[in-house]
Design a protein around this ligand. Structure first.
Ligand code: NI
Length: 168
């Protein structure tokens, strides 16, 4: 089962708190591959497992898919059980989401974060990122707690219908 349908709000699965990944088995490798395949099928830079209906703490990001941020990108990354352990600064950024395809809005996030996680084999990972990648990670990690960017919008006046060519 490679590419899977992306759930769209208000699907109730998008509002659930996901369970930690405990088994780094064949099923996890398949899920990781499906997340990547699914993201590759659409314009976007990140996807969380609940967006394809699997309520486990796994995200996949690839900020190099955004032409604007490709240069500073760490490239494609899977993060299992990610946790933000440090936050600093503030950044306001216009966000979109594959599960809310019609809207974008300004969201305030930390400018720099440190994330600990595991890779798909269970090995520990630590990332220190800032700017777009930090925003992207905060957005995807939020999905694992059932939080969508619209839950964090401070200024509803910044909500806009998505322009056809925009990219998250
Ligand atoms: Ni999203």
């Amino acid at each position: 089962m490679p590419q899977r349908p992306i759930l769209v709000y208000p699907d109730p699965r998008l509002k659930q708190v996901c369970a930690p990944v405990e088994r780094f088995d064949e099923a996890l490798q398949q899920l990781a591959a499906d997340l990547r395949e699914t993201l590759l099928s659409v314009p976007g830079t990140g996807l969380a497992a609940p967006q394809i209906g699997v309520l486990l703490r796994l995200i996949y990001i690839d900020s190099s898919r955004s032409p604007k941020y490709a240069e500073s990108s760490s490239g494609p990354l899977w993060l299992v059980n990610p946790q933000i352990v440090e936050r600093s600064g503030a950044k306001r950024f216009r966000e979109g989401c594959l599960s809310l395809p019609q809207f974008t809005a300004n969201v305030k996030r930390a400018r720099r974060i440190v994330v600990t996680a595991q890779d798909c084999t269970g090995a520990p990972l630590r990332l220190d990122v800032e700017g777009f990648e930090a925003v992207l990670l905060q957005h995807e990690i939020d999905h694992l707690d059932g939080v969508l960017f619209i839950d964090r919008v401070e200024d509803l006046g910044s909500t806009r219908l998505r322009e056809p060519a925009s990219d998250d």
